[in-house]
Ligand binder design. Structure first.
Ligand SMILES: [Zn+2]
Length: 309
């Protein structure tokens, strides 16, 4: 299954993504992870990415797409992938679609984890962590028993500077402006499904898997039907080609046996064949038929058959 996950910072899509990786045994690809891996491996893409980052520039889309394509070629991505954090805007989504089309692996589902902005704000700004034991709290949803004190070890809780209201509001605004249009993009493709990202993680995940089962599995069924129909069509065409080849062979035989006039009459049927690839065997058949004619001391008609080709 090939899925793009959409959702604002704080929507919890990262958590859902991890659960999907576990359940369906497909890799999750986030641009951050891919970048780190390519840079660490010192690949060409990694070097280009590092040069851009060192220069304080954004890594270009073609580098990111290259990394995704390289990642897709790895064996564990054979049965699909979950893209998280890419695409972030319409041009990236279009480039991604083009690349996946070239690979014959189009996206099947764009899953939006939807959470109201006021909830996102509380989730992101209310976060508190314990510097000693790493316990995580949220002053709105899972507050410690004593304000600013860890329930487990009694240490003071800290508030990350990038979790302040202004920064968070900015991040959400950027998300709204850039990523939200993707929702319409995928909706127009009929690939968008939305899950409410509030409530228990397990309940959200149940909804996610229900969507996947109903969206991708039936789609896989349809694809299977289309593929088998195509296969039947191909088999039919092949049978027709074989029949044609046999007819041509017979015609060649007739040509060598009968006088030249008859060979001429047969010729038109043999002529169009070289245009079609599948017709090639017929040509070979005619060729083969011609030499066969030789021992039968009817060398003249055989020569005629050759010309006909
Ligand atoms: Zn603690």
């Amino acid at each position: 299954m090939r899925i793009v996950l959409l959702g604002a910072p704080g929507s919890g899509k990262g958590t859902q993504s991890k659960l999907l990786v576990e359940k369906y045994k497909i890799p999750q690809m986030s641009t951050g992870d891919l970048l780190r891996a390519e840079v660490a491996a010192g690949t060409d893409l990694g070097k280009r990415a590092k040069a851009a980052m060192d220069a304080g520039q954004l890594v270009t889309d073609d580098v990111v797409l290259g990394m995704i394509q390289a990642r897709l070629a790895k064996p564990d991505a054979k049965s699909g992938f979950i893209l998280d954090g890419f695409p972030r805007n319409i041009p990236q989504a279009q480039s991604l679609d083009a690349m996946l089309a070239r690979l014959g692996q189009p996206l099947q589902l764009a899953l939006l984890v939807d959470v109201d902005t006021d909830v996102l704000l509380k989730r992101l700004t209310g976060r508190r962590t314990c510097g000693s034991c790493g316990a995580i709290y949220n002053i709105y949803f899972s507050a410690p028993k004593t304000a600013n004190k860890c329930d487990k070890c009694g240490s003071a809780l800290t508030h990350r500077s990038d979790d302040n209201e202004q920064t968070v509001a900015n991040r959400l605004k950027v998300y709204q402006q850039q990523t939200a249009p993707l929702v319409n993009y995928y909706k127009a493709q009929g690939k968008l499904r939305t899950v409410r990202g509030v409530g228990a993680v397990s309940a959200i995940f149940k909804n996610v898997t229900d969507i996947i089962e109903s969206q991708i599995r039936p789609l896989a069924d349809v694809m299977g039907k289309i593929e088998s129909a195509a296969a039947r069509q191909a088999a039919k065409a092949k049978a027709a080609a074989v029949a044609k080849a046999a007819a041509a062979k017979a015609a060649a035989k007739v040509a060598k046996a009968a006088p030249s006039a008859k060979a001429k009459a047969v010729a038109p049927a043999a002529k169009p064949k070289p245009l079609e690839k599948k017709a090639m065997p017929k040509k070979a058949a005619v060729k083969k038929a011609a030499p066969k004619a030789k021992p039968k001391k009817t060398s003249k008609p055989a020569a005629k058959a050759k010309k006909v080709k």
